[in-house]
Design a binder for this molecule. Structure first.
Ligand SMILES: [Zn+2]
Length: 211
C-alpha cells in the first residue's frame, strides 16, 4: 500500500477524523481553514467499484449540482451529498457519486470519489481530472465566499500534496460538454481564477461544444 493509497483509504471513509486543509500555499489567502469530511461523515454508500488512474492530475473541472439546491448547514449538505449519490448510483446505475468532491455552502469539503479515482462527471476527462461540485444552482447567483474559498483551498491542497499537476488547467463543465453547468454566474467567476483555460487554444484532447 502506497502513502497515496493510505490517504485515499482514509478519504474513502476509514476515519471519522476531519482532515484539516491548511497547507501553507492554501492558507496564504484563506479567510478560514476549510475541512475535508470523509465519506463516513456524510453517510455514503460504499462504491460498487473503484478504478484508479495515475497522477499528477492535469485537469480540474468545476460543476454545480443545480439540484439539490444550495445547502448552508452541515446536516443539509450531508443530505445533499447522499441525494446526489443516490441519484447517480440508483437512478443512473453508476459505481458511486459521480464527483471527486462536493463543496457545501457551509464551507466544508465533502469527499466523493477522491483524487486519482476515475469519476463520472465529464466525458473524456473522467480519468484525468478532479471533478468538484459546488452544491447549488449558480446560474444567476454567486456561491457564498466560504464556498468559493473551500474550492480554492481544495485545489491548493491537491497541488501541495502532488495529486494535481502544478500546471493544471481549470475548466468549467460546459467547456467539455454541451451543458449549462457550472452555472453562468459561477462560470464567470472561475474564468477569473488562476489556471482557468480556454480549451480550444490549449488542448488537443477534446474540442469544446458550442453553447
Ligand atoms: Zn457539471
Amino acid at each position: 500500500m502506497t502513502a497515496l493509497g493510505l490517504l485515499l483509504l482514509s478519504m474513502m471513509g476509514q476515519s471519522q477524523n476531519m482532515l484539516p486543509i491548511n497547507e501553507p500555499s492554501a492558507a496564504a489567502s484563506a479567510v478560514r481553514d476549510s475541512e475535508l469530511l470523509s465519506r463516513d461523515d456524510w453517510g455514503a454508500r460504499p462504491p460498487k467499484a473503484v478504478e484508479y488512474f495515475k497522477g499528477p492530475i492535469p485537469f480540474v473541472i468545476l460543476h454545480h449540482s443545480y439540484i439539490p439546491a444550495a445547502c448552508y448547514t452541515s446536516s443539509d449538505c450531508k443530505k445533499a451529498m447522499r441525494q446526489m449519490q443516490d441519484f447517480h448510483m440508483l437512478d443512473r446505475g453508476w459505481n458511486d457519486i459521480g464527483y471527486s468532491f462536493g463543496i457545501g455552502g457551509d464551507g466544508m469539503i465533502y469527499a466523493g470519489r477522491g483524487f486519482n479515482v476515475v469519476g463520472a462527471h465529464a466525458p473524456h476527462y473522467n480519468d484525468k481530472s478532479v471533478g468538484i461540485c459546488l452544491i447549488g444552482d449558480w446560474q444567476t447567483e454567486l456561491p457564498p465566499p466560504q464556498m468559493l474559498q473551500a474550492a480554492k483551498d481544495l485545489i491548493a491542497f491537491g497541488v501541495a500534496k502532488g495529486y494535481i499537476a502544478p500546471n493544471f488547467q481549470l475548466l468549467g463543465h460546459r467547456q467539455v460538454r454541451d451543458t449549462e453547468c457550472p452555472g453562468g454566474r459561477l462560470f464567470q467567476e472561475i474564468s477569473t481564477w488562476p489556471h482557468f483555460t480556454l480549451l480550444n487554444t490549449t488542448t488537443d484532447t477534446q474540442p469544446p461544444h458550442k453553447p
